[in-house]
Design a protein around this ligand. Structure first.
Ligand SMILES: *Cc1c(COP(=O)(O)O)cnc(C)c1O
Length: 371
């Protein structure tokens, strides 16, 4: 009897019947995009759910990152992490900015403030950290540096939907925080993105920039892009939001099961649990170190042969890709912690509908290979 493949993620979807009334409303109104009623409702609902003051929806997270940099008029060099999804650095290249890679902290896999400080030059204008796997960056340390050196901070918060840090939304840190609402993320609108911003003036500016630069019918303020979210995506988001708490709870159950079943296996480590953080269990990374009998890639391959599709997020490092590897800061000798993490990491399947039996299948495999 063949078993179903287990993928690293499977998008959460509400029952289809629940979506039909939303579609009927769109068909009736003939308002398909351009800040329509569902778009406005989703922005308001997300502000409330995420406990943030202002939020601008986008067509995807990457266009939101590109636009965030434009809205703050960032120039010159931006300090960022090599241990992320490529879109983080690509958003800098799309703005003709120079990425400066610095190494990460071993316990959070996020940018290390001490190394950020060493990399600051007269051309540095901003820092773009990532809350990797939804683990908060050292936001206090990064803010201190930004204040001292007069730098802007744009958080790539693509993994950090609904994460609470010290009892408050993590998304209020930095000048801007950028979310991805892509199908593979904790909360999805098929494709989508958002920028969390502190004030109305910035939200208005983001509104121009995502609509070709139009401030009104006849005034174009900037060479803006088309970054608008459609009514269909926004309506889906409103429906998804009704189910999000249940989805997050299921993810946390799966995470707890992995943690208990994989504890104490020689050579397998997990991210430390943090008391200051209410997590979203968006990813479940494990690290295959020296004490494990086979290497990470051998385990990855063995799992594939049994139809378990874990993923090596983040391998290869962004800094090793052709468009980045020529930069002086991309030298792997300067990035030892990021290099090691990318060689050892394996993100295990986690999504709300993953059954406990399937979690056990994954764990049994890892345990079997450890002997
Ligand atoms: C998913 C992701 C993005 C890109 O978001 P899209 O909505 O797919 O464009 C950017 N950064 C990180 C860290 C991501 O995981």
């Amino acid at each position: 009897m063949s078993k179903k493949p287990i993928y690293v993620t499977q998008p959460a979807l509400p029952p289809l019947q629940e979506f039909i009334p939303y579609l009927e409303e769109i068909w009736e109104s003939r308002i398909l995009t351009n800040n329509g009623p569902f778009h406005q409702k989703l922005e308001a609902a997300l502000c409330q759910y995420l406990q943030v003051n202002n939020l601008a929806l986008f067509t995807n997270g990457t266009v939101a990152l590109v636009t965030a940099l434009q809205a703050l008029r960032i120039t010159g060099e931006v300090i960022t992490t090599p241990y992320s999804f490529v879109a983080t650095s690509h958003s800098l290249l799309w703005n003709n900015l120079k990425p400066v890679f610095v190494d990460i902290e071993a316990h959070t896999l996020n940018l290390d403030p001490a190394r950020i400080e060493e990399a600051i030059t007269p051309n540095t204008t901003a820092i773009m950290p990532v809350h990797c796997y939804g683990n908060p960056c050292d936001v206090e340390g990064i803010k201190r540096l930004a204040d001292i050196y007069g730098l802007k901070v744009i958080y790539d918060a693509a993994h950090a939907f609904a994460v609470q840090y010290k009892g408050k939304s993590l998304l209020n840190w930095g000048d801007l925080s950028v979310l991805s609402l892509h199908a593979t993320k904790v909360f999805n609108t098929f494709e989508g993105g958002a920028i969390v911003c502190p004030d109305k003036a910035m939200k208005e500016r983001l509104g121009y920039l995502k609509n070709f630069g139009f401030a009104d019918e006849v005034t174009v303020t900037a060479p803006g892009i088309n970054g608008k979210m459609s009514e269909m995506n926004a309506a889906l988001g409103l429906l998804q939001l009704k189910h999000i708490d249940a989805m997050l709870a299921k993810r946390k159950e799966i995470e707890a099961r992995y943690r208990s079943r994989l504890a104490g296996i020689e050579g397998v480590t997990m991210m430390p649990l943090r008391e200051d953080t209410e997590r979203n269990a968006s990813y479940f990374p494990i690290f295959i170190g020296k004490g494990y009998p086979i290497g990470r890639d051998a385990l990855f391959q063995t799992m594939r042969e049994k139809d378990i599709y874990a993923r090596r997020y983040f391998y290869p490092l962004i800094s090793s890709m052709p468009m980045y590897r020529g930069l002086p800061s991309a030298d792997p000798k300067r990035l030892p912690i990021a290099v090691q993490a990318s060689q050892e990491v394996l993100c295990l399947p986690i999504y709300p509908d993953l059954s406990h039996d399937d979690v056990d299948r994954v764990c049994d495999m890892i345990i079997a290979c450890s002997k």
